[in-house]
Design a protein around this ligand. Sequence first.
Ligand code: SAH
Length: 230
Amino acid sequence: MREPSHPRRWPPAWPDVTDPAVLAAIAAVPRHLFVPAQLRDQAYDDIPLPIGYGQTISQPYIVALMTQALRLTRRSSVLEVGTGSGYQAAVLAQVAGHVWSVETVPALAGEAQERLRRLGYAVDVKVGDGRLGWVEHAPFDGILVAAAAPDVPPALALQLAEGGRLVIPVGEDAWEQHLWLIECVRGRLRREFLADVRFVPLVSTASQAEAADERLAEVRAELKQLFRRS
Ligand code: SAH
């Protein structure tokens, strides 16, 4: 099979993705090494592709838009929920300092970790329910959720650093969700609508034994208030 290489114009010209670091990251990460071999000739089409286990590698435009929204620097620490192929994590690692990524499907987590290590990206992957975040490495400057949740998991908001930013698709509908940016400013949460999107669902594998945690209850109430207006 022909080894795909970047097309002459990669990334394509996206009017709303202008951050040079993000565009350089998309240009640098070899997406064809993150898709199944039989789909490699489509790796540089700007579309999501199946990666097995009913999951998909996100569309590059959405990866770029979400990465840009986090406003990362080389010193940022980032949490990703939904490692999948590891492509989004690689793009994040290209822009930020270190990336921690959580995936529920053990086979995907294992393959992604191996691939990212081989390619030299500073990403640690663990198997688990990303709705709980990764408390040992919190707080994070950026949190990116690559699957759609009916509500913002409060543990994620709680693991944001001051000034930290969380991008997450929210919605119950399989066909349409809203992509939100949630920012922690002086201890309060703010939200901003980014785009209409379509993601696979964020599944729950762990019971959220969090009702007892007072701070989580507070953040849950704050999020409820924030999303009452949607
Ligand atoms: N970022 C990926 C695309 C991921 S698709 C990439 O670039 O390839 C969404 C992923 O989220 C799937 O792999 C799915 O298994 C995973 N997922 C779903 N619910 C999850 C949860 N609660 N915690 C962690 N991962 C989850």
